[in-house]
Ligand binder design. Structure first.
Ligand SMILES: [Zn+2]
Length: 178
């Protein structure tokens, strides 16, 4: 069914492992947001949001278009962009820019704060949360008299597989430290 095409994103595995409860909760919040904004809850908006909510990965617009296509949903990229903007405004998604020349998006449930490790060789992204990092941030901010509004911690390097030589170094996916 899925025509295999070689592209940047196909070098990464796009999986959807659904933490279903969480996705459904986020979907309820999205519907409420749309009602609040007096915007229609369309099938396309729901399909786009659900694809993001069910994924534990940081997806580009191309990734989402591909996921939707595999589900038999034909949604234009402009619609995907607009829906992602709404999700970001609703605080249900976060926009990420790892200097790849395109943005990625991940769903965000509530207050959870994620930091990222980015492989400069294969483009793999791992997200993590560590209370110790939050504590350190608060400590530093207090020391310097800062009120923290947001944080972006991106660690660039080689993922385990690239480090072990399982992927050829220089298999370029265009990720560059900024
Ligand atoms: Zn890698």
């Amino acid at each position: 069914m899925a025509a295999s095409k070689t592209s940047e994103s196909s070098s990464r595995v796009i999986s959807t492992k659904p933490p279903i409860g969480c996705a459904l909760l986020l979907m309820d919040l999205f519907r409420s947001y749309l009602h609040q904004q007096r915007l229609p809850v369309t099938h396309q908006r729901e399909a786009i949001a659900m694809s993001l909510f069910e994924s534990e990965q940081q997806l580009s617009v191309d990734d989402l278009a591909e996921l939707l296509r595999r589900r038999g949903e034909h949604v234009g990229k402009a619609t995907i962009y607009r829906t992602l903007s709404l999700l970001v405004e609703a605080d249900l998604a976060r926009e990420l820019d790892f200097g790849e020349g395109f943005k990625r998006y991940e769903h965000q449930a509530g207050e959870a704060r994620y930091d990222h490790l980015i492989c400069t060789n294969c483009g793999r992204v791992e997200r993590f949360t560590r209370p110790a990092v939050d504590d350190l941030q608060d400590e530093i901010a207090a020391e310097l008299g800062f009120f923290v509004q947001s944080r972006r911690l991106e660690i660039y390097g080689l993922c385990g597989r690239c480090k072990a030589g399982e992927r050829e170094i220089g298999e370029d996916v265009g990720v560059r430290p900024k």
